[in-house]
Design a protein around this ligand. Structure first.
Ligand SMILES: [Ca+2]
Length: 479
């Protein structure tokens, strides 16, 4: 059973926990020695520590469907740089994010906690608050949501004791880059103009990469390991690709909105290629861990520019939550296509292991590094996810806007819907807020046939796994 850590119970213990997480490497070593780890576990932890900590480049695509890559089988869209990364690194074609909405998904990747744990479950406060969107109460709640990041240790904070210097670029919702624990960054954050999800940070990729390449050159010249958060606003709308790329797709007879979305993907891919080339040119490729994930899926409306269809972003369907997840570290990891399911919840523990940082025991994800290095099967067959409304409601009760939970065990996926408060984007949820749905993902990766009625025992067993993950106290399951 997954038990909720005590620290989710009160702000006071949360703060105490953060302090505990942020203690020095020395104290962590002491606490490690005091735990009852088997000799084998200790050996694994020791062998996972590299001599020189690797540089870390974390690439987050934005609003990009799992199958819209050449290496994932797409026949039109071209992604040569990411195809190369997939071929050279460790690639999980069955990767997932627990939550298919930008802000909670990014907060999970930054902290290693599920949305119900870090508490950032939606993009915005409720538009039904007195005074409406942008009103005094709304702005007050926006600040309160951002303050939740102060209660959890973030990846750059956890890497800091190992000497890492960190840079934030692209999307970042939780205030300024400093507030997220980064040393340098582009986002000034709320309440600055455009500070909702990135302000100046959103220029990265679309208007060049020199902020990153200069940072890489400076930190490596100073012999410091770097951590780069590259979360460009790409292929995210507005879909405004350069003409030279757009024309390639317009010439394929696609509708204008689809041609634009595909061209945005290729443009995003090009920026990754430029970063990979820079690492190679500077002799940094071999000891740089590149981690790749998309924050949520997207299916473009074929007749409307910059708009998505239901069952993609915000939904618990494959087009919402599935994404390839890749880890490339030429010095330590051999190229492999992995058959297992994995989740973005594993990214923080895996990066910490690569950096030689002790992994906070409260983190719910698993460290994949040892199994990737030894090419052994991962000893976990079940992953979990949850979906909340776009607008938050009761900021202290994640359950207040709970709409979905899902579990994948091997080939089976069960989706349950809940009666959480949902005041915006209802049309995207109308036909997916429904009774239990069970899919055989290996036979039906587009979730066309609901097998729940044929396998009631399996629905029951997988529902129990969701309850064991964490019990829901106030919400009712829709039938
Ligand atoms: Ca997104």
């Amino acid at each position: 059973m997954f038990s909720l850590p005590n620290w989710t119970k009160s702000k006071k213990t949360l703060a105490a926990n953060k302090f505990k997480i942020a203690v020095s490497a020395f104290a962590m070593t002491i606490s490690m020695a005091c735990t009852s780890q088997s000799p084998n576990n200790v050996a694994e932890v020791e062998s996972a520590k590299p001599e020189t900590p690797p540089n870390i480049l974390l690439i987050l695509s934005d609003d990009h469907a799992w199958n819209d890559y050449s290496f994932m089988g797409h026949e039109i869209v071209q992604t040569p740089a990411l195809d190369k990364l997939a071929a050279e690194g460790v690639t999980f074609k069955r990767g997932y994010v627990p939550t298919s909405l930008c802000r909670p998904s990014l907060a999970t990747i930054a902290t290693g906690y599920y949305a119900f744990q870090h508490g950032i479950t939606g993009n915005d406060p409720s538009r039904e608050l007195a005074g409406g969107k942008g009103g005094e109460l709304y702005e007050k709640q926006r600040a309160e949501i951002i303050a939740k990041i102060d209660d959890v240790a973030t990846l750059p904070q956890l890497l800091k004791p190992k000497g890492y210097v960190s840079l934030q670029t692209g999307k970042w919702w939780e205030g300024s880059f400093e507030r997220g624990g980064f040393d340098q960054g582009m986002t000034r954050g709320f309440p600055q103009p455009g500070g909702r999800h990135g302000d100046d940070g959103l220029k990265i990729g679309r208007e060049g990469l020199s902020t990153i390449t200069d940072f890489i050159d400076e930190t490596s010249a100073a012999n410091k390991p770097f951590f780069v958060w590259y979360a460009p606003f790409m292929p995210h709308s507005p879909h405004t690709p350069p003409k030279r790329i757009l024309e390639k797709y317009q010439n394929k007879g696609l509708s204008d909105p689809i041609a634009r979305y595909y061209a945005m993907i290729e443009w995003f891919d090009e920026t990754n290629g430029d970063l990979f080339e820079h690492l190679e040119k500077k002799g940094l490729k071999d000891n740089t861990l590149v981690v790749y994930v998309s924050d949520n899926g997207w299916v473009n409306n074929p007749s409307q520019r910059d708009r998505f269809l239901p069952r993609s972003k915000q939904s618990p369907g494959e087009s919402g939550v599935r994404t390839p997840i890749m880890y490339s570290w030429p010095e330590k990891l051999k190229a492999q296509m992995r058959p297992e399911v994995t989740s973005s919840i594993d990214i923080v523990p895996t990066i910490l292991a690569a950096a030689g940082v002790e992994i906070p025991k409260e983190l719910p994800g698993i460290n994949l590094l040892a199994d990737m290095q030894s090419q052994s099967p991962i000893k976990r067959d079940t992953i979990f996810g949850e979906g909340f409304a776009h607008d938050m409601d009761d900021l202290d009760k994640p359950e207040s806007t709970l709409l979905y939970r899902w579990v994948i065990q091997d080939k089976w996926k069960l989706i349950l819907s809940y009666d959480g408060k949902n005041v915006s984007y209802q049309k995207y949820h109308a036909d997916v807020l429904a009774g239990p749905r069970l899919y055989n993902l290996l036979a039906d990766e587009h979730e066309t046939t609901n097998l729940a009625a044929q396998h009631p025992e399996l629905v029951k067993a997988l529902s129990k796994k969701l309850t064991d993950w964490y019990p829901v106290k106030e919400r009712e399951i829709l039938h």
